[in-house]
Design a protein around this ligand. Structure first.
Ligand SMILES: [Zn+2]
Length: 423
């Protein structure tokens, strides 16, 4: 008996508001799943995540791979670090295949002859894709390791997330149509193997919470590939779908439109790795229910803060000793903390104080700064999602989108589903 359900309560075109029920709690969609690579969000304790309205956390299957047994013994990912809410893991495929580029080397795939850019010397290649899976040299100890759909799914099962992802091959933006076609066929086979492995594990351990699996759709920016793979995945018994791929952002609306008009409406859809507010609006407008991205916390640590009237970079010299509020409209704990320093005379945490903390030579001060900024950026995105949901339910999504983006971006226009900023 599955403890995983998805219901929609409001619709506006392809956009929808709904609920995803998981064994560890309910997600009210559309929503943003905060990324906690190793099972926790850096500088933000679980109780603060709950306080600011976080509904789910996405963790990286690859990074947790070696911790899988320990997490299993601790009662699973939700319990292990005190989060106790819905969790999602990705398959680890993205990390494994990015190993090469992460170290300044190009990941090598098979079929270099059909349009892959030149790769490094074979002996320097860190990852090789075959029909069975991906073999790669661990960048830490240089050992040869293999990742297959079955290994990924069994690790994700041990880690114990509510939603797991099928193993897929992510192509890169320079790949040819022919290479994408080959990779997509492989991804479809891996999806089938991932689904079977997940169903077998759920059947083998009926006393454990049910773990859902999403199929991950690729196909880059090629319409026929996107449509054919959406048909293939529609016929597979996945609990939901993850949409991935390397493509130019201006194609996002079209790609989602091709894919989501074919996928079954009664299953949830997750957009992998995008969180810019204009991307979120495009995603929601084209039927996406959940999002994830490292950007809000990573940008926060670099002093790039989201505000209602556009993003600011507090590391810039003009923010030195600046007494102004980060965003007077923000309801996050950082923006609500009363004055803590005599130099900040306005009674709140100012951009000047944030800048001073982030630039401090004292590690404890820097960490406090990271905590302040991470909480702010995550809450900003979560609040936007809450407002989007409320406007979907009241039937005012399009007006809200226009008003919100006008303030955030200044002048802009929507061209074929895409938000374009005007000069
Ligand atoms: Zn704030």
């Amino acid at each position: 008996m599955s403890d995983f359900t998805f219901d929609t309560s409001a619709r506006d075109g392809m956009a929808r508001a709904g609920t995803i029920q998981t064994p560890h709690g309910t997600m009210h969609t559309p929503t943003f799943t905060v990324v906690g690579t190793y099972g926790q969000v850096r500088f933000v304790p679980p109780e603060v995540l709950h306080q600011i309205g976080t509904q789910a956390m996405l963790c990286n299957g690859y990074h947790l791979f070696r911790e899988a047994s320990r997490l299993e013994a601790a009662g699973g990912l939700a319990a292990a670090f005190g989060w106790n809410g819905p969790t999602v893991t990705d398959s680890g495929g993205f990390q494994v295949m990015s190993l090469g580029s992460g170290l300044g080397k190009v990941v090598s795939m098979e079929h270099d002859d059909v349009g892959r850019r030149p790769t490094t010397n074979p002996e320097n290649r860190l990852a090789q894709v075959t029909d069975d899976g991906v073999s790669f040299r661990n960048p830490v100890d240089g050992k040869l390791e293999v990742f297959t759909p079955e290994i990924s799914i069994s690790a994700q099962y041990q880690i114990g997330a509510d939603i797991t992802m099928a193993f897929d091959e992510l192509t890169s933006i320079g790949d040819s149509y022919e290479y994408n076609q080959i990779a997509l066929e492989r991804t479809e086979k891996w999806a089938d193997r991932s689904l079977r492995a997940n169903r077998e594990l759920n059947a083998e351990y009926p006393d454990r919470p049910f773990q859902a699996i999403y199929g991950v759709l690729q196909g880059a920016h090629y319409r026929d590939l996107r449509e054919s793979t959406a048909k293939t995945f529609s016929e597979m018994d996945f609990d939901g779908y993850g949409l991935g791929g390397a493509f130019e952002k201006r194609q996002l609306g079209d790609i989602l439109n091709w894919t989501n008009s074919i996928l079954p409406e009664y299953k949830p859809r997750h957009l992998l790795g995008l969180s810019r507010p204009d991307d979120i609006f495009v995603g929601v407008a084209h039927g996406i229910d959940t999002f994830d991205c490292v950007a809000p916390t990573r940008e926060a640590r670099h002093g790039r803060l989201y505000t209602q009237t556009g993003n600011i970079d507090v590391m810039r010299a003009r923010f030195a000793d600046n007494p102004e509020h980060i965003d007077p409209e923000c309801d996050c704990p950082t923006c609500q903390i009363p004055r803590i320093e005599p130099r900040d005379t306005n009674g709140f945490i100012s951009t000047g104080l944030i800048r001073r903390l982030l630039k401090s030579h004292n590690q404890a001060e820097r960490r406090l700064g990271y905590s302040f900024t991470s909480v702010h950026n995550v809450r900003f995105i979560l609040r936007l999602m809450e407002q989007i949901r409320a406007n979907l339910i009241s039937g005012t999504f399009n007006e809200f989108r226009k008003d919100w983006l006008t303030r955030y971006l200044g002048n802009y226009q929507i061209v074929s589903g895409l938000t374009e900023k005007l000069r």
